[in-house]
Design a binder for this molecule. Sequence first.
Ligand code: BDP
Length: 681
Amino acid sequence: MLFIRVHLLILLAVYSCSLCYAEDGSKLWLRYKKVSNEVAKSRTVISHSNHQKALLAKQELDNFWTGPSVELKVEKAQEKLRDGFTIEEKKGKIYITSHEPIGVLYGAYHLLSLQQTNQSINGIKIQEIPSYNIRILNHWDNLDRTVERGYAGYSLWRWEELPHVISPRYEEYARANASIGINATVLNNVNASPEILSSEYITKVKALAAIFRKYGIKVYLSVNFSSPKVLDGLVDSDPLRPEVQSWWKEKVKKIYKEIPDFGGFLVKANSEGQPGPQDYGRTHADGANMLADAIKPYGGVIMWRAFVYNPTLEDRAKQAYLEFIPFDGKFRDNVIIQIKNGPIDFQPREPFTPLFGAMKKTSQMVEFQITQEYLGFSNHLAYLAPLFKETLDSDTYTDGNGATIAKITDGTLNGNKKSAIAGVANIGEDINWTGHHFGQANWYAFGRLAWNHSLSSEQIAEEWIKMTFTDDDEFVLPIRDMMLDSREAVVNYMMPMGLHHIFAFDHHYGPEPWADIKGGRSDWMPWYYHNADSLGLGFDRSPAGSDAVSQYNEPLRSQFAQIESCPENLILWFHHVPWNYKMKSGNTMWTELCEHYDLGVKQARDFQKIWDRSEPFVDSERFRDVQSKLKIQSKDAVWWKDACLLYFQTFSCQPIPYHIERPIHELEDLKKIKLNLKHHN
Ligand code: BDP
């Protein structure tokens, strides 16, 4: 008996130790340590509000805050703070104040992040008001738990067990989001199954909403425009037919009965084979407004996506603009048009979508892709804050200078009642949530920028590194610089100088600039985008070509239209550039292209060196995980470089300059690579 007990004790000790020390990434940036009894006794945390969220804030501070006493207040008079907060230190005490209970929770997490990043709170006096009202993740999760463009395992939502079994990860997910201010989530894929609106699924959604509510997160759903027809056998789903309108009204009523704070719908209509109002000769405005009217009485929002294009003769990059501009001012005030950052599709680099700023009487929001569909899945380290910022800081020149996308979408310029920003999530069931440990940084960065779009990529990276690993400068600084370089490295070894969409067909992993699938849509073929021929490379979008440049305001229009003034990092996006065109560096376009690919490979190898050098600062589990991913990234970078240079060389007919690393692959071998990766939708 005694033997068994001792044995059990040892087992327990080993188990609990491994729990305290296991660094598997499951804790994300929330690696707070529980305070000792002594610390807990040395200070008080008082909440003047009994609201559940304020009490949750108190609980988090009780558990983890090691500083002086704190008082939490929710004050009616502080309306301008909205769900933001102030933190003030006066005479050795800290006061966190908000207008909303959730603001107090945000304030508590902010305070804890100051502690985790070792910042002084003496005399602190800060005020934080979020840039956007709705800070939303879009999950592309299917009801069978596969995740479209997801690279971190199956969906977190265990639909088959809901509503009866509640995974502890639902609350962990909500807490992580709340800690960075994310306050909304779309649970299911934009390629939506009508089933999500069935009573059975609404009950499941209700169970998730109940958990998320504690953390201030509202639930939204993607809806299939044909739901009335498919779910309930209506003859069609024509938005102008009264039966269809009543169907949606009833559906919305049922949802709100179960989930009174339901957020609204996200809709992908008439795009990539999804149904929509155009199936009945109606317009995007007809469709969006019909849903908006149904949901309006409950305060709900319709996020209507502008990602629409068809295989027509018109340049795909121009289509969203052409489709939506005629409806400017025709959308209800609870419709927000959700626009991808670039006019094609989440490429490593695109210019911004010209629709931003062009629709002056319509609320607009940006959609970023956090999941790395086009940036090496969860195998490549690519810190995306610089990509997000590049878009947000772009000046659209609508009505003069300073009309950045940040200001257009946050309501500063057009007084949107509800401003929003969306990120397609990279989260799955993997123990570390995002597949690659550094993928967590992109979830974090999206949340931080949604909260405050003026934060710098550097600052966000530093915060994240300190919270996720260690605050030792010897680690923080090189890792921060590696992160800051990483997106550009991916651009270099995949698609420099404005090249785009030369990925392997369908799954989008690896290069396939030569792909030409018989019977496939031309606008899904790489040649449509790179246009390589004996004269040069790139898509002519100047007035002599597709004239996509005309969708931009001056001075951008002329700047992009003239090859001499076009930014060189987008030159192949806007121009068909001769192989021997003289670049600003003095190189020919061909040599410059070779140098970019070569640089990308070198950068990926440098990341390996930086990481290996940092071994003493990282737990072995995460060290090895990242190390092995960086090996894949370096190999892939060489694969990309060889594939693209050898293929484009068949058109340029020029040697690869001698200062460039020699290819180690044969083009014919690379062409044979067919990865068996499934793309689920
Ligand atoms: C593309 C993806 C596709 C998505 C689509 C979308 O390849 O899987 O369904 O975007 O955003 O990037 O609707």
